[in-house]
Design a protein around this ligand. Structure first.
Ligand code: 4AD
Ligand code: MG
Length: 448
């Protein structure tokens, strides 16, 4: 379990904190403890019951010998259904070589007997598990992935606070289409309409003029019609924005940030990565600098290594398959910069050496995880930005406030957005982003 959560139990005024957690059992070897949890799994040899107990903080094997408890308790433990709520007491022991902790049970009480639990320890189909997502969360792999997500979120906040960023929360209801008009979720807003935000960026640009270095971190929404392993309709994005930053600064920060995040997860989530059977050597190998190639160079790589269908005509964006071919040429994330202006959002600054190109950048993850980060340097010239808004068919009146950022002391600035779920999927080695968020929202799924 995570070692950022204190390894010793804070005692003092709040009695609840005096409860022993399974995560901390190694601190209680030789002691008698009492645990509150659920029965995760049960095996029996006739004379001994092996009862796996989970309490949310971890999982421990309990051993109950026939002579350790009275007959009725031994019989009860033999028939207690999976996921029943239990109170267990016993002595903690630790294997001298493996370090594995066990509980020698001498007290076992069923607080609430569970009905027949739908998720057994055999294989289930993904559709069934997703229908039971509210229960699936209790399974050890899901628990591990979501613990890593929690640690990643903590590391994200830590990184930005350590580097002088101020957290500025962006609104969820917005009149502005930040990332194009094709995947907007529209909602009634009293007598008007609003969109669920696609990105907090425009607000961060305004906030960067107030605070210099800012970030927002929250849910964002896109009506993605595509069913892929990388797309959710509701996903979490962290978006730093930096005053007086250039495209190179954006890449420097994104790279440093990513290395920090990986380091944090490797330091604090070893047991979870082991549960997920993640090949951690691949993560340990990731060091700065990350390769930086231009869009044009990426097209060349596709020519060399891609199939016929993967040849992208100049001007078009890459799809997931093309990103994978490109990223497979590297052992760490790769930056692709200076995409054609025509395939990027209206706010991207044009490359001063070639207006057909933009000062944009994507970070593509290794092992086929696709685009983890998208960002760039922003257009800071009022007249150019006004033209872009018109050219993209966006209603100027809704962007007047955003144009004010250019009217009153405009400044070079840039930033990026990191998708939390894709990053968790990569760090955990999970195939699909649906397992990286507690309650995923997908094209065909709004429940549970
Ligand atoms: O590249 P995107 O669209 O960039 C922006 O929204 C910028 N406004 C961010 C900024 O510069 N402040 O999205 C950023 C990242 C992607 O790289 C990807 O990781 C993730 O958000 N992402 C998604 N993740 C899951 N499901 C989706 N439908 C996603 N769309 C984007
Ligand atoms: Mg993008």
């Amino acid at each position: 379990m995570s070692s950022t959560t204190p390894n010793t139990i804070p005692t003092g005024s709040v009695t609840y904190y005096n409860r022993v957690l399974i995560r901390h059992l190694a601190n209680h070897v030789g002691q008698v403890v009492e645990l509150y949890g659920w029965l995760y799994n049960r095996r029996s040899s006739g004379k001994i019951h092996f009862l796996e107990i989970r309490d949310g903080s971890g999982l421990v094997q309990g051993v109950m010998g026939r002579n350790d408890v009275d007959e009725a308790t031994f019989a009860l433990a033999d028939h207690t259904p999976q996921e029943s709520a239990v109170k267990v007491s016993g002595t903690v022991s630790q294997h001298p070589k493996t370090g594995a902790v066990e509980l020698h049970i001498n007290g076992f009480e069923v607080l609430s007997q569970a009905g027949e639990y739908p998720i057994s320890h055999k294989e289930h189909g993904v559709g069934f598990l997703m229908d039971n997502r509210h229960l699936w969360l209790r399974s050890s792999r899901q628990h591990a992935a979501l613990t890593i997500r929690s640690e990643l979120c903590l590391a994200i906040h830590q990184y930005f606070h350590q580097h002088g960023f101020v957290q500025v929360d962006a609104p969820i209801f917005t009149p502005n289409a930040c990332e194009g008009t094709t995947n907007l979720f529209e909602t009634a807003y009293f007598d008007d309409k609003a969109y669920l935000t696609q990105s907090g960026q425009l607000y961060m640009e305004a906030a960067a003029a107030a605070f210099g270095r800012v970030y927002c971190f929250g849910p964002t929404f896109r009506a993605e019609k595509s069913k892929t392993r990388r797309h959710l309709t509701e996903f979490w994005m962290v978006e730093p924005e930096m005053a007086y930053a250039t495209l190179d600064d954006v890449m420097d920060v994104a790279e440093d940030f990513m290395v920090y995040l990986i380091g944090h997860v490797l330091t604090h989530c070893r047991p979870e990565l082991a549960t997920l059977e993640r090949d951690v050597a691949k993560l340990e190998a990731i060091v700065k600098p990350f390769p930086r190639i231009s869009y044009d160079e990426a097209l060349e790589l596709l020519k060399q290594h891609g199939s016929e269908e993967q040849q992208v005509p100049w001007g078009e964006d890459f799809g997931g398959d093309e990103e994978t071919v490109i990223s497979n040429q590297f052992d760490r994330p790769v930056f692709i910069h200076r995409y054609p202006t025509q395939c990027k959002a209206f706010y991207m600054k044009e490359d001063p050496t070639d207006p057909k190109k933009s000062l944009s950048v994507d970070m593509i993850g290794p092992e086929g995880y696709g685009e983890l980060i998208g960002g760039g340097q922003r257009e800071d010239d009022l007249a150019v930005l006004e033209q872009k808004i018109a050219a993209h068919g966006l209603p100027k009146e809704d962007f007047e406030w955003f144009l004010d950022v250019r009217r009153y002391g405009t400044f070079s600035h840039g930033g990026f957005g990191l998708g939390v779920e894709r990053t968790v999927a990569w760090l955990c080695g999970l195939h699909h982003v649906r397992e990286t968020i507690p309650f995923p929202r997908l094209l065909d799924r709004l429940k549970p």
